[in-house]
Design a protein around this ligand. Structure first.
Ligand SMILES: Nc1ncnc2c1ncn2[C@@H]1O[C@H](COP(=O)(O)OP(=O)(O)O)[C@@H](O)[C@H]1O
Ligand SMILES: [Mg+2]
Length: 510
């Protein structure tokens, strides 16, 4: 038998218009943590989905424990003791933990020897035991809708353990977690490995690989670049292989020089659609030349703060002042004109008109005024000139220049389009909500550079991000939010990543 518990040989998988995996061959040893590293779209999830039974390869062969297999479904994968913990959880929210875990493999008993029924009580007991034995304690009778994201992830892990997986695939498991939760999960993963399980860890975070992985395969644009021994490889080298060029992981930044106050938020309250207060008595200021970042776990009110400032959401209490002027109840357009740029979280629904071409999208916030329009008539030449100059300036790559339909562009280039357009407004306040989400490392580096350049030119910048690394890297001041309230505001130099994590979980506050 071969040394490998999993072998993928010459795997090619195509989707319409793209080769997601191009002749990839890897072998994974029993009992190792094998990391799969690559930028967004490199083909990591696709490759592993073929082990998980979601797709079958167009070309190439898969061997499990030395046997050639055609994994035709997730159930088939489970029979081969392969389990995948997905990036997006697949749990039923009004079922209990136990009901979710046993779904499809319910332990059936026969009442009076005849009538089949599901023995929930013994299932609860079994799951409690299972969860304790792996250090993943849960209350099996709780509903999924009452669980935090990290608890839901525990359930996903228990689900594959319940099915007796001994090859476990984790698809970007730490993307949704706080630093403390990440440490915990990496500990669990190491524990599973030490207990004899084989782990495949998909991630684009280099420190995580450095911490726990034994070997690491690097994918770039569907191709296998290299398989590395992690101990002997620096994170710098990994980043370089992943991106295909030298990258700067830390942004160069001059010391901040704060000037006059640009934004003042006082006692802000915001309610959500259901009438619940999601932003509670939030106050802070941002000065010219300052990057103020709001750190927090997803859905703790940070996006609502940004939306309230930009005018996308109504305020239920408090005041917003821009350059000393009260804008609390102004329209979005008035706010734009008063000096607010906004890079939204959901660039496809709110930032761009996907069916319009690039030049139109680039001028979207200025089309109604000179020089683009005179007395209500659009000037096409101005439009196109403006578009072309921005394509050069912001390195926006597109198939057909300014005529490209924005829908057909990659996520990273769509993001550059919005950022370019918003920076060109030269607003005194620029709001960035998750500006690097779904964007690869090379482009992230550029976005951070742009933000810092704008700050150095005296803009006030509000950054909302779930990526703590990003916040620690670019922010001058950090406000940590938990449950709609700012727990702490301090200069970024005075805070450690761990401290921010504690505030993010509400474990610590002023
Ligand atoms: N179901 C699908 N249909 C069409 N294209 C897909 C599908 N799944 C993935 N792709 C494309 O395949 C490429 C690789 O995607 P993926 O494996 O998800 O990358 P990664 O997990 O490394 O971010 C991307 O260009 C993606 O858009
Ligand atoms: Mg993926």
């Amino acid at each position: 038998m071969s040394d490998y518990i999993v072998e993928m040989k010459h795997i090619t998988k195509r989707f319409p218009g793209i080769v997601a995996n191009d002749n990839v061959s890897i072998g994974i040893k029993k009992g190792e943590i094998f990391a799969l590293l690559g930028e967004n779209g490199a083909g990591k999830s696709t490759l592993m989905s073929m082990l998980g039974g979601m797709y079958e390869p167009d070309e190439g062969d898969i061997y499990i424990r030395g046997e050639k297999v055609q994994i035709s479904s997730p159930n088939h994968a489970a029979k081969l003791n392969i389990g995948m913990v997905h990036q997006h959880f697949k749990l039923v929210s009004d079922y209990t933990i136990t009901e979710n875990i046993i779904l499809g493999v319910e332990p059936v008993k026969k009442l009076a020897g005849i009538f089949p029924y599901v023995d929930i009580r013994s299932a609860n007991r079994k799951i409690e035991e299972l969860s304790k034995s792996f250090g993943l304690e849960v209350d099996p009778t709780k509903k999924i809708s009452d669980l935090t994201v990290s608890m839901q992830q525990r359930v996903e892990i228990l689900k594959v353990l319940y099915r007796e997986a001994d090859i476990l695939i984790f698809d970007e498991p730490t993307a949704v977690l706080t630093p403390q939760e990440i440490d915990f999960l990496l500990g669990i993963i190491e524990g599973l490995r030490n207990g004899g399980k084989t782990i495949i860890l998909i991630t684009h975070k280099l420190e995580e690989i450095k911490k726990v992985a034994d070997r690491c395969a690097v994918l770039n644009k569907g191709k296998l670049i290299d398989v590395l021994d992690v101990k002997e490889t620096s994170t710098r080298k990994m980043a370089q292989l992943m991106v295909g060029r030298e990258v700067n992981l830390k942004s160069d930044k001059n010391p901040a020089a704060f000037k006059e106050e640009v934004l003042k938020v006082e006692h802000l309250n915001v309610k959500n659609e259901d009438g619940f207060e999601v932003v509670k008595d939030v106050s802070f200021t941002i000065k010219s030349g300052e990057i103020f970042a709001i750190a927090g776990v997803a859905d703790n009110g940070q996006v609502e703060i940004a939306d309230a400032i930009a005018g996308l959401t109504k305020v239920s209490g408090g005041e917003i002042l821009l350059n000393g002027k009260d804008i609390t109840n102004e329209s979005i357009r008035k706010r734009t004109e008063a000096g607010i740029s906004y890079i939204p979280e959901d660039r496809q629904s709110f930032g761009l008109v996907l069916d319009f071409d690039l030049s139109t999208n680039l001028a979207l916030k200025q089309y109604y005024r000179e020089p683009f329009a005179k007395k209500g008539i659009l000037n096409k030449e101005e439009f196109e000139q403006f578009g072309s100059s921005l394509i050069d300036k912001y390195d926006i790559r597109s198939g057909q220049g300014i005529k490209t339909q924005v829908r057909s562009m990659s996520g990273g280039n769509q993001q550059k389009t919005i950022i370019g357009r918003e920076i060109e407004l030269q607003s005194s306040l620029m709001i960035f909500v998750q500006p690097t989400r779904g964007v690869d490392i090379g482009a992230i580096e550029n976005i951070h550079k742009m933000m810092i350049k704008e700050r150095d030119q005296g803009r006030a910048i509000l950054l909302v991000s779930l990526e703590l690394d990003e916040i620690m890297n670019v922010a001058d001041t950090i406000g940590v939010i938990y449950n709609g309230q700012l727990q702490k505001i301090a200069s970024s130099e005075s805070l450690t990543t761990n401290e921010v994590g504690e505030y993010m979980m509400g474990a610590k506050h002023e």
